[in-house]
Design a protein around this ligand. Structure first.
Ligand code: HGY
Ligand code: MN
Ligand code: MN
Length: 407
């Protein structure tokens, strides 16, 4: 095994160790402010300390390790430790662990950087528990929405209470913004979560932009009734309307190049075999690299929902989040990253990201760069997520060179 591969093997072992910190037996689910997330954070803290970093937790529960004296110019490197339900082992965690591995390698080789590095292990990127995607990085970027503190999870727990129980400080969130004056930039390593690199036979990808996204809910309200007695023609079946809308959404997205639109959850009320569905809540997720296209798709979806509901005599309510616009990576940092990938002996594949990343929020306070690592079948948000030790070694090599080029 090559020298770099031994750091990569350690990264993969640590990914395995973190995968044991789960809310559910037999599968990985690690949502914000849970004991499982605390355990993962403590493990990461111990690895950061072993790498010589000074470690703290901020008000939202991010674990932040710093290497370098106060006052120096600083590069932030990060990704997240929370997961979706029944998750893979690499989405988020890989980026944190590759960052630590690179700093360990530099230390072992007695190579020092002429600037400080802070590694950020974010506590909530997926937003699964409270519907708060990017929560943890939005606190660091100073664009946290205080109204989110009142959100409730599926059990009715209020976010601010969960945060306090987690050891965080709801009153300290505004003060947790990272002062950008000393920042060189923000860098993130992440699995690609798509099939491009595998198709190109390339281990690494240089990210050009991150697609914008809008999330929300569409609520159809019909009339519940007896499944055995109400004739079909007299029904106002909310699920029938929702199903028609989901089909229309799929057709509309397929029709527009680069648009992805997803209904990932369906709540049916009252929810019984012998009751006509009276109310259905659909989640909605719409993305495109161009904000104008995303906006126009949302307008058309809204029209379709209205038309479907009107034809069936059901109500429809549209509850959209604010949406997050597309961001471009920094031309300067990305050029250096491409050079680092090339120096490492790998082709430079440039590609946009359809997935969201903490880098989106960090782009508000610093120039950003991102490196993708090939993952098997492009599969993610799935326990089948997989990376090879060779590809992780390539990411460590390219990242180490990038850190040195940045000097
Ligand atoms: O949804 C996303 O794009 C990210 O994986 N949270
Ligand atoms: Mn994810
Ligand atoms: Mn992720």
């Amino acid at each position: 095994m090559s020298y770099t591969n031994s750091y990569a093997a350690a990264v993969l072992e640590r990914c395995e160790e973190l995968a044991a910190f789960s809310e559910e037996a037999g599968r990985l689910t690690r949502r914000f402010a849970t004991p499982a997330l605390r355990q993962a954070g403590e493990a990461v803290r111990s690895w950061m300390e072993a790498a010589g970093m000074t470690v703290r937790r901020d008000a939202i529960g991010n674990v932040i390790g710093r290497l370098g004296d106060p006052g120096r110019r600083t590069l932030l490197i990060g990704s997240h430790l929370d997961t979706v339900r029944d998750a893979g082992r690499y989405d988020g965690m890989l980026g944190v662990l590759v960052a630590i591995a690179c700093l360990e390698r530099l230390r072992d080789e007695e190579r020092s950087l002429p600037y400080a590095v802070e590694v950020l292990a974010f506590a909530d990127e997926e937003g699964v528990r409270f519907g708060t995607g990017y929560l943890a990085s939005s606190v660091v970027a100073g664009c946290f929405d205080a109204a989110d503190l009142e959100r409730r999870d599926g059990e009715g727990v209020i976010l601010s209470d969960a945060l306090r129980a987690f050891g965080g400080d709801p009153d300290g969130l505004l003060g947790a913004r990272r002062d950008p004056t000393d920042l060189i930039g923000y860098y993130e390593v992440h699995i690609e979560q798509g099939p491009v690199l595998e198709g190109d036979g390339a281990p690494l990808g240089v990210v050009t932009a991150i697609a914008g996204q809008t999330g929300g809910q569409v609520v159809f309200t019909g009339e519940a009734g007896h499944a055995g007695t109400v004739p079909m023609a007299l029904r106002r079946d909310a699920l029938g309307a929702a199903a028609e809308f989901v089909s229309a959404l799929e057709a509309l997205a397929r029709d527009r190049d680069g648009v992805v639109a997803t209904v990932g959850t369906v709540e049916v009320e009252p929810g019984a075999r012998n009751v006509i569905p009276g109310r259905v809540v659909l989640s909605l997720d719409v993305r495109h690299p161009l904000d104008s296209v995303r906006e126009s798709v949302l307008t058309r979806l809204r029209e379709r929902a209205g038309a479907v509901a009107g034809a069936r005599g059901v109500g429809v309510e549209w509850q959209l989040g604010k949406g997050v616009g597309a961001v471009e990576t920094s031309a300067r940092l990305t050029a250096l990253l491409a050079e680092a990938v090339s120096m490492s002996g790998h082709p430079v594949v440039r590609l946009p990201s359809g997935a969201g990343h903490d880098a989106v929020m960090l782009s508000r306070i610093a120039p950003i760069a991102m490196l993708f690592v090939r993952c098997a079948g492009g599969i993610s948000h799935n326990p089948a997520e997989a990376v090879t030790v060779e590809d992780v070694a390539a990411a460590i090599e390219a990242t180490t060179r990038f850190l040195e080029l940045l000097g």
